[in-house]
Structure formats: C-alpha cells, structure tokens
Write a protein that binds this ligand. Structure first.
Ligand SMILES: *Cc1c(COP(=O)(O)O)cnc(C)c1O
Length: 294
C-alpha cells in the first residue's frame, strides 16, 4: 500500500493577485495521493505502520475528533494491512453516524467514545496503560500520528517538489512541518499557517519532534490566520474560501487547506512575500472531512 503511490500531481495556479504581486504559485495535490488515505496522513503513517508491522502488532489504536482525518486514514490503512483498528473518539456516540466515522466503522475500526474530560488524558501514561490493557499487543499512535516516525515519510515529499523559494502548508500538531524541516533544501524557506488559535506553543512542539529546528532560521509560523480556532471559520471566510477554490480550480475545505490558502492570500495582499518568489502550497488533503457541509 505504501509502495504503490505514484507522485501526486503538481499544478500551477493562476490568479490576478499573483500577477499583481509578481509571484508564481504551485500546489502539490497530496489530496490526490491515495483514494482513501489522504495527503499528509498517508505520508505520516507510512513508517509508523511499517514499525507496527515489524513489531508484529496485533492492531492499531489511536485518537481523534469526530471528523478526524487521522482516524479515517488509519481505519483505511488498517483494513488494507489486515490489522484491526481502534479509534478513541472525543465526543458523543451520536457522531458515529457522520460520514467520517461511518467510513471508519465500515472499514473495520472499533470506535470508543470518550468525554472531552477523559480525552484530555490522552497523553497521561496511566490512562494509556488502562486503554492498552483492553487491547493487548496493539500499537499506540498519538493523536494526529505525530511521532518521530512520522517525519521520514513526510520528508520524502521533497523528492516530488520542484526548486522553489517558499513551501507553504497548514499546521495543526506540527508533525508535517517537522518532517519537511528534516530535509529542507538550503534555498527553500517553509511557512506554516497554524489552524489552531493561540498556537504559541507550536514552535516548541516542532522543535521537540525535530530538535535541530530550534537553530534553523529557514522556517516560520503564521499564527494569526486561525479564523477563531480549530474547525471554526467565520461566514465571510468560508465564502472567500469557496471563491478562491473556484478562482484557482482547486477543491478546498475550511479546516486546513482553505484556511491556510486564505491566510496565504491575505499575506500576499499585505506584501509579505517578495516579488519574484516561487511559492509552493502543499494541499495536505482532508477533503473527506468537508462532507459535513462545513
Ligand atoms: C492532520 C492534518 C493537517 C495537520 O498536520 P500536522 O502534521 O498535525 O500539523 C493538515 N492538513 C490536513 C488536511 C490534515 O488532515
């Protein structure tokens, strides 16, 4: 499954704003990387799952919200590998009827719903030990799949990219950004658009995953384009994302790709990207999550 993906398409984008600011913009369509395991989750899971197989794991257990791209991807991967999967879901059992969790269940994932309060303990060793006790031999993957083993799969993305001045991507837990940093070409800067509010901790999380990031001046985070918080999107932003999707002929969703592109376009308008720059936006996928009609 992880050997067969062909490179995802690379598209050149046209937009009057880009012309006005003399910028070139490409988009790496990782949303098209795999029919079920979209975008960065495919790249992040590649070596994590290889390790689980090496350890002869009896199954895979992970965490996520009711619209989690990560749980959706993990369910598909588990089915393809013939490994049972368990999803610990933050929220009410009623959300099992949504398209994300319906797919996951149809692909064999056992769903366990926990209260928001319990879910906060997802890094607490005692709670994890209690969870694991019910699933002996299962391989535990943290929320979003951001472990050290997520980085090499993401780093492989560079093999499929042309030489550019800036790579731009949406950021939540920072695993994808950290993976890109491990193999950043000297002439390419990376700018991550945080989709969570108040993500001042994010730089430390990226550095915890990849310590050399601390001393690397070639990357930055944009923290003010969160639109009010994770999965929140004011009506006028949603409208603007729909327009941008039409103008660029690229499908966007409001949680990650749409929010980050909107931030990018606002920054372009504000003159933050020098004229003549070659920019490349990574479409990290996640379109499945937009089936809720966001
Ligand atoms: C999970 C996800 C992200 C965030 O990736 P991190 O590695 O957690 O920063 C971005 N885009 C999409 C579509 C995702 O599903």
């Amino acid at each position: 499954m992880f050997d067969q993906a062909s490179p995802s398409p690379l598209q050149s984008l046209q937009h009057p704003l880009l012309e006005r600011h003399r910028l070139r913009l490409w988009i790496k369509r990782d949303d098209l990387l795999h029919p079920r395991i979209s975008g960065n989750k495919w790249r992040k899971l590649k070596y994590v799952l290889r390790q689980a197989l090496t350890e002869h794991a009896q199954g895979l257990l992970s965490f996520g919200g009711a619209w989690s791209n990560h749980l959706h991807a993990l369910a598909a991967a588990g089915q393809a590998l013939g490994l049972p999967t368990v999803g610990i879901v933050r929220g009410e059992p009623a959300s099992a009827a949504n398209p994300t969790l319906s797919d996951a269940a149809a692909w064999g994932m056992a769903l366990r719903f926990v209260s928001r309060q319990d879910y906060r303990r997802r890094q607490d060793p005692d709670w994890l030990a209690a969870l694991a006790a019910g699933h002996s031999g299962f391989y535990l993957i943290p929320e979003g799949g951001s472990t050290a083993l997520a980085l090499p799969g993401v780093a492989e993305l560079w093999r499929e990219l042309p030489a550019v001045d800036q790579v731009i991507l949406p950021v939540a837990s920072g695993g994808t950004l950290a993976g890109l940093l491990t193999a950043r070409p000297a002439g390419t800067r990376i700018t991550g658009y945080a989709v969570l509010k108040g993500a001042g901790w994010l730089a430390r999380t990226v550095s915890a995953l990849y310590p050399p990031a601390t001393l690397d001046p070639g990357w930055q985070l944009r923290l003010e384009h969160h639109g009010g918080g994770y999965a929140k999107c004011p009506a006028q932003d949603r409208q603007r994302i729909l327009e941008l999707a039409a103008e660029l002929s690229v499908p966007l969703e409001p949680v990650y790709s749409g929010k980050a592109i909107l931030g990018l376009f606002r920054d372009i308008e504000a003159g933050r990207y020098p004229a003549g720059s070659r920019l490349l936006f990574v479409h990290t996928g996640g379109l499945q999550g937009a089936r809720g009609g966001l």
